[in-house]
Design a protein around this ligand. Structure first.
Ligand code: HGY
Ligand code: MN
Ligand code: MN
Ligand code: MN
Length: 428
C-alpha cells in the first residue's frame, strides 16, 4: 500500500527549480563543442569534470557515494530498514556530438533534486534510496550503447568484449577507463554485475525525445515499454582508382554499394508494415575520402529498432540479404557485416507504473501511458529490477541536437512525480 506517515503530504513537495536549472546550465559547460551544443564522451576530460560535478552534488545531498570498476556512480540514502532491497533512480550524463543539455541530465540532476525534495519535506525512507549515474549510455566512443547498465545487468559477453575493445583512435577501453581513474589493475569487469533483484524498483526520469506530450499538452508520460534497439556495422571494399581514368564498366565503387545499402535499409523498414519500425544509417565513412578517388572502402553503421522484436529481426535479416546481393552485383567485397547489439524490448513493471500513476494523480498532473522509442539505461535495469520510466515534454520532441529543450516547469513537475514515486516505492 502507498499510505504515508501523517507528516508527509504530496503538497509539501517543493522543487528548487532555479538551482536545478543553474545546475543543468553549469553541467552543460563541460563540453567539447561550443554552446548551445553539448558533446561529452565517455572517459574524456570533460566527462571526468562532469562526473566530479555530480559526485559533489551527491555528497551535498548527504548521500554516500561509491563508483564501480567502469565508473557507474551510486549515491545512497540509507532507509530505516537498510537490509531491504533499495529503490533506485538515475540516468546518464554522456552526450553524443553536437547534442543538447537535457538528454539523460534531467534524470540525474532531477534525481538528486528529488532526493533533496524528500529531505526538505521531512520524509524518512524505509527502503534505502539510491541515485545511479550510468557510466555511458550513448554508443559514441566504443560503439556500445548503455555500456554501464548493460554491464550492471550482467552481460558476460560485454565483460569479455571490453578486454579487446578499442575506440576510433585505437585506444583500448581499459586504457581509457584507467585514464579516468577506473578499472584499476583489473581486467575482469564482472565485479560490476549486479544480482537480479538487487533493487525492489528502478525508475528513470527522462525527456520524451518525441513530440506527443507537448502536442497533447500533457505534463507527464508514463512509459509502458521500451522499443528493441539494434545496431549493425558494415564494410564494403572495392578496387578504388582514379575518378577520371577508370571507365564505369571497370569500377566496383564501395561508396555506391554503401549508398544502395542505406536506401535498402529505408526500404525494408518501410516495408515492415508498421509505423513502429525505424532505421537509419547514422555513420557513413568513405575511404580514401578524396573527391577524385573512387571509394575503395566504405564503412556504415546502421541503427534499426521496433517495439516488436520479431519484426525488427526480420528487417535485420533483409538488410543482411541486401548487403550480400549488393556486393555480388557490384563486384565489391562485403568485408564486414557485424551485428553489434540486437536487444529485446523491455516492459515496465505493473506496480511501478501504478506508483507513478498514483503520484501523478496526487500531484494533479495528468499523464499518458506511452512507449519509449528511444532506448535508455532502463532497458537494461529491467533485466535485474522492476522498472518504470517517467517522461516530461521537450520542445517539438527535439533531441540529440542543440535545440533540445525542456522548461523549468516541466522539469519540476517530473522531479515532483519522481520524488513522490520514490517515496511510495520506499515505503512499499
Ligand atoms: O539512441 C537512443 O535511443 C538513446 O537516446 N541514446
Ligand atoms: Mn540519447
Ligand atoms: Mn538518454
Ligand atoms: Mn568497420
Amino acid at each position: 500500500s502507498h499510505s504515508f506517515s501523517p507528516t508527509f503530504l504530496p503538497s509539501s513537495l517543493s522543487v528548487d527549480a532555479q538551482t536545478l536549472q543553474n545546475q543543468i546550465d553549469e553541467l552543460s559547460t563541460f563540453s567539447d563543442t561550443p554552446a548551445p551544443s553539448v558533446t561529452r564522451v565517455l572517459y574524456t576530460e570533460k566527462d571526468v569534470l562532469a562526473r566530479r560535478y555530480i559526485k559533489n552534488l551527491l555528497g551535498l545531498s548527504g548521500l554516500s557515494v561509491r563508483e564501480d570498476a567502469v565508473g557507474n556512480i551510486f549515491g545512497r540514502w540509507d532507509g530505516s530498514e537498510p537490509e531491504l532491497t533499495a529503490v533506485a533512480t538515475g540516468s546518464h550524463i554522456d552526450a553524443i556530438p553536437y547534442s543538447g543539455k537535457y538528454d539523460g541530465v534531467v534524470g540525474v540532476l532531477g534525481a538528486i533534486e528529488a532526493i533533496n525534495v524528500l529531505k526538505r519535506s521531512g520524509f524518512k525512507p524505509k527502503r534505502s534510496l539510491e541515485v545511479i549515474l550510468f557510466t555511458s549510455e550513448e554508443p559514441t566512443r566504443f560503439g556500445i550503447s548503455c555500456l554501464g547498465s548493460r554491464l550492471l545487468s550482467g552481460s558476460e559477453a560485454l565483460a569479455e568484449a571490453l578486454k579487446t575493445t578499442v575506440d576510433s583512435q585505437n585506444i583500448s577501453f581499459l586504457k581509457a577507463a584507467r585514464s579516468a581513474g577506473y578499472a584499476k589493475d583489473q581486467d575482469d569487469l564482472s565485479s560490476v554485475f549486479l544480482e537480479k533483484g538487487s533493487y525492489s524498483a528502478f525508475v528513470e526520469l527522462h525527456i520524451e525525445q518525441g513530440p506527443i506530450l507537448e502536442a497533447e499538452g500533457l505534463p507527464i508520460g508514463i512509459v509502458t515499454a521500451i522499443a528493441a534497439p539494434a545496431s549493425i556495422k558494415v564494410d564494403f571494399e572495392g578496387n578504388g582508382g582514379h575518378a577520371g581514368a577508370v571507365l564505369m564498366p571497370n569500377r566496383n565503387d564501395a561508396g555506391l554499394a554503401a549508398a544502395e545499402l542505406a536506401l535498402a535499409v529505408e526500404k525494408h523498414v518501410l516495408d515492415s508494415g508498421s509505423i513502429d519500425t525505424v532505421g537509419t544509417v547514422g555513420i557513413l565513412e568513405l575511404h580514401p575520402g578524396a573527391i577524385n578517388s573512387i571509394p575503395s572502402k566504405s564503412h556504415l553503421e546502421i541503427d534499426t529498432r521496433d517495439i516488436d522484436e520479431k519484426r525488427r529481426n526480420n528487417v535485420i535479416e533483409k538488410i543482411q540479404q541486401s548487403a550480400m546481393t549488393i556486393a555480388k552485383n557490384r563486384g565489391v567485397k562485403l568485408s564486414e557485416f557485424k551485428i553489434i547489439n540486437q536487444d529485446p524490448p523491455a516492459l515496465s513493471d505493473k506496480s511501478v507504473i501504478e506508483a507513478m500513476e498514483a503520484a501523478s494523480k496526487e500531484l494533479n498532473l495528468t499523464h499518458k501511458l506511452m512507449i519509449s522509442r528511444a532506448y535508455h539505461d532502463s532497458l537494461f535495469m529491467a533485466r535485474i529490477s522492476p522498472m518504470g520510466m517517467l517522461f516530461i515534454p521537450c520542445y517539438k520532441g527535439y533531441s540529440h541536437k542543440p535545440e533540445e529543450y525542456a522548461s523549468s516547469q516541466d522539469i519540476a513537475n517530473g522531479v515532483k512525480v519522481l520524488a513522490l514515486t520514490l517515496a511510495k516505492l520506499s515505503l512499499s
